[in-house]
Design a protein around this ligand. Sequence first.
Ligand SMILES: Cc1cc2nc3c(=O)[nH]c(=O)nc-3n(C[C@H](O)[C@H](O)[C@H](O)COP(=O)(O)OP(=O)(O)OC[C@H]3O[C@@H](n4cnc5c(N)ncnc54)[C@H](O)[C@@H]3O)c2cc1C
Length: 456
Amino acid sequence: MSTTTTPHRPTTANGRARDARHASKVARVARQLRERTSTAPLSRQKRVVSHQVPKVHDRKHLDEKIDLNDLDEVIEIDPERRLCIAEPGVPFCRLVEQTLPLGFVPIVVPELKTITIGGAVAGCSIESMSYVHGGFHDTCVEYEIITAKGEVLTCTPDNEHSLVFQMMHGSFGTVGILSRLVFRLVPAKPFVHLRHETHRSIDSYLESIRSHFERRDVDFMDGIIHSNSHLVLCVGDFVDSAPYTNRYDWLKVYYRSTAERTEDYFRTPHYFYRYDQGVTNVHPKSFLGRLVLGKFLGSSEILRLAEKLRWLLLSDDRPDVTVDTFLPFSRLKEFLEWYAADYNHYPLWCVPYRRVHDYEWMADSFWKGMSDDLLIDIAIYGGKQPPGRNVYRELEKKLQELNGIKTLISYNYYPEDEFWRIFHRENFAKVKALTDPDNIFRDLYQKTCKAAMGRE
Ligand SMILES: Cc1cc2nc3c(=O)[nH]c(=O)nc-3n(C[C@H](O)[C@H](O)[C@H](O)COP(=O)(O)OP(=O)(O)OC[C@H]3O[C@@H](n4cnc5c(N)ncnc54)[C@H](O)[C@@H]3O)c2cc1C
C-alpha cells in the first residue's frame, strides 16, 4: 500500500465485513500482478458481458486473463452520506435494485441493464440525467486502483493521485485495474412521468433543449430524432404515483412510442431500461420475433451471442455503424444538416451532456477550442455502410472539423498522429509511468485502434 489518503470506509458492521472480504480479493489480484514476470498483454475477465461493440478479430480474446469475476459486490449503501461503495463488476440493474428501496439511485444509469460501474467509468456512460451531471464517472468521488506492478492506490480528484483519478475515465482499461468505487446517489421516487415534445425543426428543438438546460426544470432529458423535421424531446420527472405504467422490454418498442405518444408513465426501473432491447437498433426487429424471443433476449443476451458467434455473425469489412458522437451544442445544427445530406440513417438518439469538467484525457486544444457549456451526444446505432465508403472514418474527420469527438467503443480508424492530437498523450504517459511502466495493459491507441481491430 503506497498512499496517504484514507479511503472511504463503511460505517456499518456488514459493510466492514464486506470491505474485509474485498481487501482479500484485492490482495489476491495484486499478488498475481506482482509475481507476473511476462510483459505480454493482459486483459480482464469479468462475469457479465462486455458492452463494447464486438469485433471479430479483437486481440483481447487471445490475451492472458486476470480474473476479476468476484469483484462484483456492493460493499455499502449509505443513505445518510448519499454514497455507495462498490466493486467494479456490479451491473447497474443490481445497483438500482438495492438502492431504490432506500429511496435513492445512482446518478446517470446507462440504459443497458448489465453495463457495470467499472466499465461505465473506464469506458463511457451517458443517459438522460447527463444534462445536469455529465457521465457516471463525474459522480464518483474515489477510486481504488491496482497498478500493473500490484500496488494499490487510493485516488481522488484532489489527492496525490488526482491525475490517475481523472485519467481512469475513458482509458478503456489501459491505466490500471479499477477495484473499488465510491460514488454519489440521488433521491428517487418509484415512478417516472415523461412528456414527449414534438418539434418540426432543428431550431425549435435546440431552443427547447437550451431552455430546459438553463432552467434545470426536469429530472430527465433525452430525445429521439426520427428525421430533421420530426425531432422528439423526452423530458421527465420522478413522481410518487402513476395513473398507469408502461414497459418496453418485450413487444413494445420505446423509440417508436415517442413518435406516437405525448406522455408516458413508468416504474422507475422500467424507465431506466426502456432501451434495453436496443436504443434505435432494437432486437428482435420483428413483432413475431419479439413475441417469441423478446422476453428472453435483452442487450446482455444479444451481446453475449454476438461475442460467442462473432465469426459467424460479424464482419470487420464493412461493419454496421454503432457509435456515439459528441458535439458542442453550438455546432449541432451544422452536424445534423451534414448528416442528413451525407448519411441519412434514422432514428438517432440525442442526449444532452453538461460540460461538468474538462477531462484530462482529451487534448487541451479540444477544450480551448470550445466555449460551450453543453455537449450533445448523437448516437448512431445499426446503420448500414454504403459500398465503397467508410462512414466511421468520415465521422472521425467531420467531428474534428466541428470540434467534436466519437467514443472509442466501436470501430476506430485514426492514424496514430491524428489520434494523439485528440487524446492527451502527455497525461497518459505521465500516468502510465506510475501505473503500467511495461505497458501490459497496452496504450489507448494500441488497444482501441490496433488490437481491437486485430491489427496489432
Ligand atoms: C450497442 C451499445 C449501446 C451503448 N449505449 C450506451 C449508452 O447509451 N450509454 C452509455 O453510457 N454507454 C453505452 N454504451 C457503451 C458502454 O456503456 C460502454 O462501452 C461501457 O464502457 C461498457 O461497460 P461494461 O461494463 O460493459 O464494460 P466492458 O465493456 O467490459 O469494459 C469497457 C472498457 O472498460 C474497461 N474496464 C472494465 N472494467 C474495468 C476495471 N475494473 N478496471 C479497469 N478497466 C475496466 C475494459 O477493459 C474496456 O476497455 C453502449 C455500448 C453498446 C455496444
